[in-house]
Ligand binder design. Structure first.
Ligand code: ADP
Ligand code: MG
Length: 253
């Protein structure tokens, strides 16, 4: 079907199998969502506001319980009640739209917190890795600064560094440029592009259609609680199969 379909024998990094998620009695957000994310690929989740993109990412990271279905990380069912949720979250890096960094801590302390406290990495080693990542993401001089001294774009890049500091298997990026001034969007998307080059597996919820088209291996259009359309950017943007996809794309692009 698509070039990103997991090759026979290769285990997807993440698999959602008929996932259902409701809030309370009346809000059915994910009705039946199935999705495979192959290693070293980028998946873009698109869909109108309220279509469940953030909920999907939160379920994948076990921040939300699901009502039905199953989620697998590297072939292991993480929605099994016996799963150690903290251990799962240690393998997944997450960056949200905004307010990612602790304001009362330096950039360096923000980044080394999880490696030191959660992963038991020695301070010296954690700081060395943090500085190396900061350098790579163009923030070499910012280690000692507090977040409010950084621009929005620099803060998001620091948040990405923090997510990377624990060497995640998978990175979830939830509209990470949505709160940024337009002139700062490019520097953050550039980082995502670089991470893709390095082979990082990522799922991003985004309204940046041009970027999704450019960087994603797989596009998933969420609509009505299902992945209504899934395929390569050329398929989904160039030749959408569903009228609803066409309508969404014509509104947003
Ligand atoms: P998107 O990220 O695509 O904009 P969301 O996943 O944030 O969509 O939201 C999907 C739907 O779920 C919305 O109707 C939203 O109001 C609802 N929702 C999300 N989180 C909660 C929650 N904690 N409690 C109740 N409803 C929620
Ligand atoms: Mg959202």
């Amino acid at each position: 079907m698509t070039i990103t379909e997991t090759a026979p024998g290769a285990t997807p990094v993440l698999r959602l199998d008929s996932v259902r998620k409701t809030f309370g009695r009346d809000t059915l957000v994910l009705r039946d969502v199935s999705l495979d994310v192959a290693p070293h690929t980028v998946t873009a989740l698109i869909g109108t506001s309220g279509s469940g993109k953030s909920t999907l990412l939160r379920c994948a990271n076990l921040l939300e319980d699901i009502d039905d279905g199953a989620i697998f990380l590297d072939g292991e069912e993480i929605t099994d009640p016996r799963t150690d949720a903290d251990a799962v979250r240690r393998r997944i890096g997450v960056v949200f739209q905004a307010y990612n960094l602790f304001p009362h801590m330096s950039v360096l302390d923000n980044i080394t917190l999880a490696p030191r406290r959660v992963h038991g990495v020695a301070k010296k080693e954690a700081e060395a890795r943090a500085r190396e990542l900061l350098e790579r993401l163009g923030l070499g001089g910012k280690a000692g600064d507090y977040p409010d001294r950084l621009s929005g774009g620099q803060q998001q890049r620091a948040a990405i560094v923090r997510a990377l500091a624990v060497r995640p298997r998978l990175l979830l990026l939830d509209e990470i440029t949505a709160a940024l001034d337009p002139e700062l969007v490019g520097e953050v998307l550039g980082v995502v592009r670089d991470l893709k080059e390095e082979g990082m597996t990522m799922i991003l919820a985004t309204h940046e259609m041009g970027f999704a088209r450019d960087v994603a291996d797989q596009i998933c259009f969420l609509d009505g609680g299902v992945v209504l359309e899934r395929g390569t950017p050329a398929d989904v943007f160039g030749d959408p199969r569903h009228e609803r996809t066409r309508r969404f794309l014509s509104r947003i692009t």
